[in-house]
Ligand binder design. Sequence first.
Ligand code: GLY
Length: 364
Amino acid sequence: MRTIKVNLDKKTRSSYEIRIGKDIIDRMALIIAKNHKAERYVVITDDCVGSLYGKKFLAGLEDVGLNVNLIEFPAGEASKNISTVLDIAGKLLKSGADRETLLIALGGGVVGDVTGFIASVFMRSVPYLQIPTTLVAQVDSSIGGKTAVDLPHGKNLLGTFYQPCAVFTDLSFLETLPEKEFNNGLSEIIKYGIIDDEKMFHTMENNMEAIKSKDPKIVLNIVEACCRIKKSIVEIDEKDQGLRHILNFGHTLGHALETMSQYTITHGEGVALGMIAAARLSEKMGYLESNEAKRIEALIRDAGLHWKIPETFSADNIIAALRMDKKKKGDMVRFVLLKKIGMPFIIGSIKPEMITAVIEEMKE
Ligand code: GLY
């Protein structure tokens, strides 16, 4: 098992460890029993992960003598709302949960975000652990304490910053991950290469086939590298006041496309499109060399991700959706652009005509 320490505020004792390995469920249970003592543990998961791993995971915790309950909710982004939160809160109360209870998020980004949100508000907060089962959650959403649910107006509009007390990343969960979900994670991995690590980007250019076939060694190295990049950024800017915005490379447009498509465009697909758009905007505005923009687009295509915006999406509607982004400042939508691969910067205003031109170029 590899261990990465996320060093946060000593006063609030919010530092924690990310453990990464393969087939570590049994060892996880022992570490939870030893390091994360609680009167009661409630595993929160979705019906999809629950049917694959719920019983096995619960049995592992019971075998080491822990008092455990399981709460499931329907899988998918459509569940990431306040009704799910209220429903789970009711079930927690019914199961006898109190402030001595520890929640365990077993699942992908939706499970992690919803569980983290509930943990931050249930009885004015209870601790929680992240056990991410998708590639997106393993390299991104399980780390850094962003919790949220969606509103009809847009994604993640209701949320908190609330750090987990540990993250356990078991790469064996990826074996049952549908290709579409794995591709979502690929998009985030490519993002890390683009914003922080040209060497990793180059490794991906040379090894996309091995990555896509889930070669254990390369996947372990890449997941670990991504977690290290994310933790370093979170350590500097836990509350998303500046540097952490670079993690949103490709996400501004990506979220708008996801919301507009009513989530038929997945997070990773939206981000892939957003990253191509950001690279093209960077090039058009004279910051990024054309060759680097082309490398970005080529890697995204090589990974089998979306690289065209659906014809039916009007540029005006996309720009209107961008204005709903919670990361906007006043009327200005913040974009992350690039000077080079590995060298991002944040820009507060881009002329809508420039965005429209890139959207039109990227239409199917
Ligand atoms: N997923 C972006 C962040 O954690 O800031």
